[in-house]
Design a protein around this ligand. Structure first.
Ligand SMILES: C[S@@+](CC[C@H](N)C(=O)[O-])C[C@H]1O[C@@H](n2cnc3c(N)ncnc32)[C@H](O)[C@@H]1O
Length: 264
């Protein structure tokens, strides 16, 4: 079946992460802007077998918090690519403050067109961001190109995990400015068709739904006053609707989180 797509593009995503959306996501999810926090980062790092000295490329590095985490804990070096100016500036500033600017570099650019030579990284890394990418085949192709032979790609992403209609997807995509999401099989096909050998593919929708249970409480209780005072009622209503519809779709196992490891 052909994928349902919306005309969201780079400028829509930049508008989110350059504006109050980026601040709100950090307030709700923390500096590591993905579900599951540092534990999810460790799970990915361990599944990839990160080791001292490995060269990692983080595609959609946002505030750089996962990059700093894996540099400190596993002794790797990281290059991070992101296309949003505010995210890149904050990532550089926080990395310098943490004294890790000799281990992490950031580049502003589009992950569908990487400014790196063929065969230059041991690991390509991504956490819950590729759902914004308008051509995920191009992204996986680029990941394959820049990986060393034997190198690994490891990522988590928001994906379709059950039967879901266009009418149900529409408001989910609208709240997130997603052009489309891959599904669990779709990502595996993209990996295989681009030459990767799949080592692990896991549907983590239950854990994803539990995270949304937390976000629901965070928005409606813990952060309600802060959001209303700092961002206003419209953004509170937007966030309230977002967590409500995503929580419902995740509980119904229609959307969730995919976890993938593959090798070149
Ligand atoms: C949810 S955040 C990423 C979170 C980050 N991986 C983490 O775990 O902390 C999404 C990021 O993806 C970036 N992004 C989305 N599409 C992109 C693209 N095509 N090229 C580069 N960056 C992109 C956005 O600018 C934003 O900073």
């Amino acid at each position: 079946m052909e994928k349902y797509k919306k005309p969201y593009a780079e400028k829509d995503v930049q508008e989110v992460y350059d504006g109050p959306g980026g601040l709100l996501w950090e307030a709700v999810m923390s500096e590591q802007i993905h579900s599951g926090g540092p534990e999810a980062t460790d799970a990915l790092a361990q599944a990839l077998g990160l080791k001292e000295g490995m060269k990692v490329l983080d595609l959609c590095s946002a505030l750089g918090a996962p990059a700093r985490h894996i540099v400190k804990k596993y002794g790797v070096t990281v290059k991070g690519v992101d296309m949003t100016k505010t995210m890149i500036e904050k990532a550089i500033e926080r990395t310098k403050k943490a004294g890790l600017d000799n281990k992490i570099e950031y580049h502003m650019g589009n992950v569908m067109d990487l400014p790196y030579e063929d065969n230059s990284f041991d690991i390509v890394w991504g956490q819950e961001a590729w759902c914004y990418v308008t051509d995920k085949n191009k992204l996986i192709q680029e990941a394959y190109r820049v990986l060393n032979p034997g190198g690994k790609i490891g990522f988590t992403d928001w994906i379709i995990t059950g039967d879901i209609s266009r009418e149900e997807l529409d408001p989910l995509y609208d709240t997130m400015s997603f052009p489309y999401m891959e599904d669990f099989k779709g990502y595996q096909e993209l990996l295989k068709n681009n030459g990767f050998k799949i080592l692990k593919a896991e549907d983590q929708t239950e854990a994803f739904a539990q995270c949304f249970d937390e976000y629901y409480v965070t928005v409606h209780e813990k952060l309600k006053t802060m959001i209303l005072e700092n961002f206003g009622k419209d953004l509170f209503d937007f966030a309230s609707n977002l967590v409500t519809i995503w929580q419902k779709a995740a509980i119904e196992h229609k959307v969730g989180r995919g976890f993938f490891i593959a090798q070149k």
